[in-house]
Design a protein around this ligand. Structure first.
Ligand code: GAR
Length: 210
């Protein structure tokens, strides 16, 4: 089974959805380590409680992004990691690092890409008045939130929504599609092929619109 590193910066609810899914004996990947760039990330305690090894690589200890990414890459090598999942990991990665992990690193983003790249996606979706919002799992490339899309889920935007209520509806779907997408990538059914995702066979996608 491929060994997966989950990279976090905070709460770690998506990390937990991956850990819980991977606990099933038939899951085609193993969560080998959780790495946080923030020593105070709440997700660290949750990973430890689930008996997953954790590491802290504090970005403040490095002069630049290249230094941080080199330490991250060294840790991934030590842990014999095959695949990387960014799960609320709030650091930009250098082009060299994304190139090295090309096709082996995925991210979850709380919007229907290519709409609403970057931060504050729920506030911006409400401000734009979109009627459908959602989340995306994609391969990570050098450009932030741009890599080829593996899976998406959509949710309605309701009249009474606040960023918090909309975000909670989206988060519920993040927890569905991230494990599903990791499963596809881990068993090789979804692969990066140039600037597209190649899928071997038609895959049924979880709740397209809920
Ligand atoms: C999630 O909503 C994730 O999609 C988002 O941060 C949240 C992390 O929550 N990621 C980004 O915005 C990436 N730029 P979690 O720590 O509970 O998984």
């Amino acid at each position: 089974k491929p060994r997966v590193a989950v990279l976090i910066s905070g709460r770690g609810s998506n990390m937990m959805s991956l850990i819980e899914a991977a606990a099933a004996p038939d899951f085609p990947a193993e969560i080998a380590v959780v790495i946080s760039n923030r020593p105070d990330a709440h997700g660290l305690a949750r990973a430890q409680a689930a008996n997953i090894p954790t590491r802290i690589i504090d970005h403040k200890a490095f002069a630049d992004r290249a230094g941080f990414d080199a330490a991250l890459d060294a840790a991934l090598a030590e842990e014999q990691v095959d695949l990387v999942c960014l799960a609320g990991f709030m650091r930009l990665l250098t082009a060299g690092f994304t190139q090295k992990w090309s096709g082996r690193m995925i991210n979850i983003h709380p919007a229907l890409l290519p709409s609403f790249k970057g931060l504050h996606t729920h506030e911006r979706a409400l401000a734009e008045g979109v009627k459908i919002h959602g989340c995306t799992v994609h391969f990570v490339t050098a450009e932030m939130d741009v890599g080829p899309i593996i899976m998406q889920a959509a949710v309605p935007v309701l009249e009474a929504d606040t960023p918090d209520t909309l975000g909670a509806r989206v988060l519920e779907q993040e927890h569905v599609i991230y494990p599903a997408a990791l499963r596809l990538v881990s068993d090789g059914r979804a692969r990066l092929a140039g600037n597209r995702v190649a899928v071997d066979e038609f895959e049924t996608i979880p709740p397209a619109l809920v």
